[in-house]
Ligand binder design. Structure first.
Ligand code: ZN
Length: 372
């Protein structure tokens, strides 16, 4: 079944991790192991590349640019998340990631989706079973995870011209427009408020993931357009600011938004310790029994709050600073998202519910948002 994944840091993996995603996952892993790379905990453990996206029918993704600003370097060393020393450098770093997406388009690996007509054409292609999936490009909606690299509002226009259609104002730590996860908990500053107004005019999608609680409620009050939470689980199951409270989830439901369930092991199951060491996740998902089904607990909770299955989808965040060492034990590559078909039906989801989760909810939101 066709899958939409609302959060993949593909360009970060290509440009910052130096992974050639045109190769199969196994080849990328072997290369990193043969080279004895150990700069991050997930070396040799990647799960996402174009061949596996295709074999898993993950034909449409929200693909990020991440290019952070941090005046003093790295605000959260344990997360291995450095930032550029000026917004200008951050913008240029973002353009490097964009350049990679554009080259992938040149080679037929990807196709950028910026409006309804392109979306329909792309869905028709993936629906055509006479054409092998292995030859089809992965559609991508370009999103910015953390708005630091928008030097000023004129650069928002440039990004929009580049195809940018969704923005999350913050990431980890302090941000130029809004505070993020593991920051001082402050909200959205004046520049952030101006940015939200401009995004509204451009009919962009506001990604609420990584906002602080204060910033979340400020943002939903200011922003009139479409909201989603691209990679987000429930605080009632995993305590902590990175997960959304029931009140936050209810706001997203009321706004017609969709919440993308993330597969990072610590966000699925409370006993998995977050980054116990700089480079090594010592807990084993297998030993703790963290499997794909754990995400269904989060899905169920949101469905109970909504009274339906219309507000959940996949926002896997696979290879978002973690690999198999911190993923559900029954996931080897992103192609295993297809296992949710059986898992969800065993948990009582109907065929229609499963279609909603796999693609229907994201499609409805996007089609309702875009005008052309
Ligand atoms: Zn993230």
């Amino acid at each position: 079944m066709f899958i939409i994944d609302s959060h993949l840091d593909l360009a970060t993996n290509a440009i910052n991790y130096n992974r050639n995603l045109r190769l199969p996952v196994m080849t990328i892993r072997k290369k990193e192991r043969d080279m004895h790379l150990n700069d991050t905990q997930d070396r040799g453990n990647g799960t996402v590349a174009f061949p596996e996206l295709r074999s898993g029918e993950v034909g449409l993704v929200v693909a990020t640019i991440i290019s952070r600003f941090a005046e003093k370097g790295n605000p959260i060393p344990s997360l291995n998340l450095p930032g550029w020393h000026s917004p200008e450098q951050a913008y240029a770093g973002g353009q490097a990631q964009l350049a990679w997406y554009k080259v992938m388009e040149d080679f037929g690996e990807m196709v950028q989706i910026t409006g309804k007509s392109k979306l329909q054409k792309h869905l028709d292609l993936w629906n055509d079973k006479t054409i092998p999936d292995s030859t089809k490009p992965i559609g991508y909606i370009l999103s910015l995870e953390g708005a630091d690299s928008i030097i000023n509002l004129s650069y928002l226009e440039k990004y929009y011209e580049n195809g940018l259609r969704a923005i999350g104002l913050s990431h980890f730590g302090p941000g130029r427009y809004a505070a993020g996860t593991q920051s001082d908990g402050s909200g959205i500053n004046d520049a952030g408020k101006s940015l939200l107004h401009e995004m509204d005019k451009l009919n962009m999608i506001l990604d609420l993931t990584h906002l602080t609680d204060k910033g979340f409620f400020e943002a939903v009050n200011i922003y009139k357009g479409t909201v989603w939470a691209s990679h987000q689980n429930c605080r009632s199951i995993i305590n902590g600011e990175r997960q959304f409270s029931d009140d936050q989830i209810k706001v997203i439901i009321e706004r017609g938004g969709v919440i993308g369930g993330a597969l990072d092991a610590w966000m699925l199951y409370p006993e998995f310790k977050l980054f116990p060491d700089h480079n090594i996740a010592t807990d084993s998902p297998k030993a703790l029994g963290i499997n794909l089904e754990k995400l269904v607990d989060h899905f169920d909770h949101i469905c109970q709050l909504a009274g339906n299955s219309l507000h959940i989808g996949f926002g896997s965040d696979l290879d978002g600073l973690y690999g198999t060492e911190q993923s559900p034990c029954d996931l080897d590559t992103i192609a295993d998202l297809q296992k949710f078909n059986l898992i969800l039906s065993k948990r009582g989801y109907t065929k229609e519910d499963i279609e909603n989760v796999f693609h229907g909810n994201w499609l409805r939101l996007i089609i309702n948002t875009w005008k052309d």
